[in-house]
Design a protein around this ligand. Structure first.
Ligand code: MF3
Ligand code: CO
Ligand code: CO
Length: 263
């Protein structure tokens, strides 16, 4: 196995890319409202990323046609922005990946269009909490399975299921690199973390069963049972004594950007 360890120079570039990706999600929030189309949101994000001397990594990635992913309601991930208007009560993940100065920042959050149902709100909050619990465990010496099990157990305790076909990933000069970051599994298994590793955690929780269905466009992933799905994603750096959340947004006041573990 060869998980890359970033040099101090690379880490500075990962910080800058992460900061820019986070700022795209901060910027787009005020544009998310009933009546707006997801391709309008795509255009705004595209122009913002390019204006900041970066490239939207999804665009033309294995043929993906747009600059961000917009995954609405029962869309699990990789939704393609299009002419459909958002409506009151929709929930939507916007997933942004920028390539800045050769390095990637990858992050996503859920947006509520108007007022969500109580069920949708609970799914969205639980999914974010599962990501936060995993991030707070990251430090040198733990294994990938340690936080994967925590995500899975937390989701299942709330009667949600974890999507298995899509996962987090190492990230750096390459968008998707080793290792694969599963969101289910067993503590004590998997790769051991070391300082200088960068990877994403991006759990997808379904209100119904975990199974997914790929649409004929080759990208859009839906829940097979048409139940609601939610996802949140951060890009992380393993430090000497914990973790740095490279894509933290200002609104995330209950997650520190840098976490130190003293043992
Ligand atoms: N940003 C997604 C991830 O978290 C990948 C999107 S690939 C695309 O890994 F081609 F669909 F954009
Ligand atoms: Co992403
Ligand atoms: Co990712």
């Amino acid at each position: 196995m060869s998980i890359s360890i970033k040099t101090p120079e690379e880490i500075e570039k990962m910080r800058a890319a992460g900061r820019l990706a986070a700022s795209v999600l901060e910027m787009i929030g005020e544009h998310v409202k009933p009546g707006v189309t997801t391709e309008e949101l795509d255009k705004i994000c595209h122009d913002y990323i390019v204006a900041h001397n970066a490239y939207p990594a999804p665009l033309n990635y294995h043929g993906f046609p747009k600059s961000i992913c917009t995954s609405v309601n029962h869309c699990v991930c990789h939704g393609i922005p299009g002419p459909k208007k958002l409506k009151e009560g929709d929930i939507m993940n916007i997933d942004v990946t920028v390539k800045l100065d050769g390095y990637h920042g990858d992050t996503s959050k859920m947006f509520m269009v108007g007022k969500p149902s109580i069920l949708a709100d609970r799914l969205v909050r639980t999914t974010q909490e599962s990501l936060y619990r995993a991030i707070k465990m990251v430090k040198p010496g733990i294994r990938l399975g340690d936080f994967a099990e925590v995500i899975q157990k937390f989701a299942e305790q709330h009667n949600y299921s974890i999507v298995r076909e899509y996962c987090g990933h190492g990230i750096g000069a390459v968008f998707h690199e080793e290792p694969q970051i599963l969101h289910y599994g067993k503590a004590g298994t998997g790769e051991v973390l070391e300082p200088g590793m960068c990877f994403t955690i991006e759990p997808m929780l379904n209100a119904g069963k975990r199974h997914t269905k790929l649409m004929k466009d080759g990208w859009t992933v839906l829940t097979k049972d048409r139940s609601l799905s939610a996802q949140w994603e951060h890009t992380l750096l393993v430090t000497e004594d914990g973790v740095e959340v490279l894509t933290l947004r200002e609104e995330e006041t209950d997650l520190p950007r840098v976490i130190h573990h003293s043992d």
